[in-house]
Design a binder for this molecule. Sequence first.
Ligand code: PEP
Length: 253
Amino acid sequence: MRQKIVAGNWKMNTTAEEGQKLASEIINMVKDEVNTNVQVVLSAPFTHLQSVSKLVGGSKNVGVAAQNVSEHESGAYTGEISVSMLKSVGVQWVIIGHSERREYFNETHEQLAKKVDAALKGDLTPIFCCGEPLEIREKDQHEAHVQQQLKDSLFHLSEEQIRKVVIAYEPVWAIGTGKTASSQQAQDMHKTIRQQIASKWGEGVANDIRILYGGSMKPDNAKELMDQPDVDGGLVGGASLKSRDFMGIIKSA
Ligand code: PEP
């Protein structure tokens, strides 16, 4: 049985104070109200990671993620943040290849592959995002598009390495738009991804790897999505900024 993961991506939202309040509310609610074995991840802005890590403390069920990381170890890369910097403030997870990073910051497949390598080398768990834009879905090329994204940035990994990666399928047309993929659309793509992993690394890996759905997940659609056999949780943007909404999703997992 794969452990479910619910990861909140705060994006570029909240001041330090607001972030601490949000994290405290979620941590307390998880402690008081969640008795299932769900992994919660808080993906806060870089400036809040240290304080959020401190609030999380040694919690087994709540972890902290960065929203990006440099592929370089150190050096003259002004404005960048390295894996070891993240580790030094208690971060255990990192989102890599979010569609906003691909689109607005021109992150390439090659660069994403290097970021995955850097994260794994430094013992950070990558949450690797993939997903098709609307025009690709309309042309019915969404499966090939996502398969290519995985091939380009993950297929160089060994079995031991891929086992440490979490994949997030996020159809671009569903992110922040209020349009959610239907549970059938999500299940179909997650199954395709799992089959692709099976044909590259074998059934054992495919059965163990976690594949999250992301795209306008809300308390009222989370259960149906996460009840699908190949959907192992959610990567949640907007709804992760309200502790009650985020809790509603966590409880659906
Ligand atoms: C995201 O940014 O990863 C995301 C899924 O956003 P939203 O839930 O707001 O669609």
